[in-house]
Design a protein around this ligand. Structure first.
Ligand SMILES: CC(C)(COP(=O)(O)OP(=O)(O)OC[C@H]1O[C@@H](n2cnc3c(N)ncnc32)[C@H](O)[C@@H]1OP(=O)(O)O)[C@@H](O)C(=O)NCCC(=O)NCCS
Length: 170
């Protein structure tokens, strides 16, 4: 399988915040944003792998800013690193000012997807070659985040998490 670039998986979803999607403060409900991010990220993982993909882990979510009713929300998802059968997907969430149209970053998240066959068994995915500086930075940190996620899920012994240990030994 030939390596792909992150831009080949780039997925953008733009939608409004409607009243049924808000909390009592009239801001976007967190679970609604998680679902929107999951949809965009799963499309990105599918574009990279061209396989069925399932969400294996929500590695990180930062709800830095609330998103008001009526906002136009744009979610951008891109595969940041492909491993053997799993893919890390970075998600950036933007809102735009109604009058100027200027975009500002509201939130970000990192999800892990696994490509599977018709029986739900993991299958190999193409490698990825980052191009921009941001893509390279995200690629470089992905193994550390994968190890952290596996340790937290009880699927890896902390003593085997070499990349994580390296942070503390620096
Ligand atoms: C995701 C799933 C396929 C993994 O199955 P598994 O038996 O753990 O398979 P493996 O141990 O071979 O792991 C497959 C890959 O997932 C990665 N992985 C598994 N759990 C992970 C986690 N918590 N965080 C990060 N990566 C994880 C493994 O490291 C491996 O990656 P690699 O092949 O690229 O090295 C399986 O757990 C599953 O089907 N889960 C349900 C998915 C789902 O329904 N999601 C929607 C939730 S409603």
């Amino acid at each position: 399988m030939d390596a792909k670039s992150p831009s080949q998986s780039c997925t953008t979803l733009t939608d409004l915040v409607l009243p049924s999607e808000t909390n009592p403060l009239n801001n976007l409900f967190g679970g609604e944003l998680l679902a929107r991010m999951d949809r965009a990220a799963s499309i990105a993982a599918r574009r990279h792998s061209r396989r069925i993909v399932v969400t294996a882990s929500v590695n990180h979510v930062a709800f830095n800013r609330s998103i008001a009713l009526g906002s136009v929300v744009t979610i951008e998802a891109k595969v940041s690193r492909a491993f053997s059968t799993s893919m890390e997907v970075f998600i950036d969430v933007w809102i735009e000012d109604r009058e100027s149209g200027a975009r500002s970053k509201a939130n970000e998240a990192i999800y892990t997807f696994v490509a599977v066959d018709d029986m739900g068994l993991p299958v190999k995915v193409p490698a990825i070659s980052p191009e921009s500086k941001l893509e390279k930075d995200r690629y470089d940190g992905a193994l550390r985040r994968k190890q952290l996620s596996l340790v937290l899920a009880g699927k890896m012994k902390p003593s085997e998490a070499t990349e994580l240990k390296a942070i503390f030994e620096e």
